[in-house]
Design a protein around this ligand. Structure first.
Ligand code: AMP
Length: 227
């Protein structure tokens, strides 16, 4: 190959390297995690309502978490990228209703969102900046009306016990996607519906079937706590 040929080949190889770097987000998919406030609060540790008042009796957002296909996940990827409330000032009132903090002492939510951004959001900065990260997560929440889906299937937050399989089937039928369910325990040691995991593609906008199916962390019968 002549000098010109080599040059072109090297240019193409360099370009290929560059584009594959650009296309590789550095993780394989997101978990989008919703939380039932009744279960977060009904534990020995209890909870504190945000300074803005008791959240609605509805599923809230826990987070949008980059993950790898082997089950591990990156965290705290960029200590220089601090949470900046000013960047999301237009989203804050929606976040207060859809992404409510429940930790004590009572606070306005910034601490929870800061934790989620710094631990998880900074690991998907190749795809979304801070504003887009919160905006996309809120948009995902709007696309699954989980409480309605469960209630339509006769599954209500009434302290009754329900079959895990019935809950999963209702969510699969209502959303098209199989969820992963996590439980926690109330002070009497009853397992209760706590968090629902969905998988989302690396753009942070489209639900997908989970590339890996972790086991549900719940017994076959679980309580759906009142809130
Ligand atoms: P993560 O580190 O993203 O896996 O989330 C776990 C942390 O988030 C724990 O410290 C939890 O106590 C906290 N957490 C979970 N849900 C909430 C909530 N609704 N409000 C405040 N903190 C929360």
């Amino acid at each position: 190959m002549g000098g010109k040929g080599w040059f072109l080949l090297k240019l193409l190889m360099f370009q290929g390297l560059f584009t594959s770097r650009l296309q590789d987000p550095g993780f394989d998919f997101f978990y989008f995690v919703l939380q039932w406030p009744g279960a977060y609060c009904d534990t020995k540790r209890a909870c504190c309502y945000p300074t803005t008042g008791k959240p609605a009796a509805d599923f809230g957002i826990h987070g949008l978490w980059p993950n790898y296909n082997d089950g591990s996940y990156p965290s705290n990827c960029d200590p220089d990228s601090e949470f900046d409330p000013a960047e999301i000032s237009d989203l804050v009132s929606t976040m207060q209703t859809k992404w409510p903090t429940l930790s004590c002492p009572s606070n306005n939510g910034s601490k929870f969102w800061e934790h989620e951004w710094e631990k998880h959001g900074t690991c998907s900065e190749s795809v979304m900046d801070q504003h887009k990260y919160f905006e996309n997560t809120l948009a995902l929440r709007d696309r699954v009306n989980l409480l309605q889906i469960l209630q339509d299937a006769g599954i209500n937050p009434d302290d009754e016990f329900y079959d895990l399989q019935d809950i999963k089937n209702a969510i699969k039928d209502g959303t098209g996607f199989t969820p992963v369910i996590h439980c926690n325990k109330d002070p009497e040691k009853n397992s209760q519906l706590h968090e629902i995991f969905f998988c989302v593609d690396t753009s942070g906008t489209e639900f997908i079937e989970c590339p890996i199916i972790p086991r549900d962390r719940c017994p076959s019968k679980l309580q759906f706590a009142m809130f």
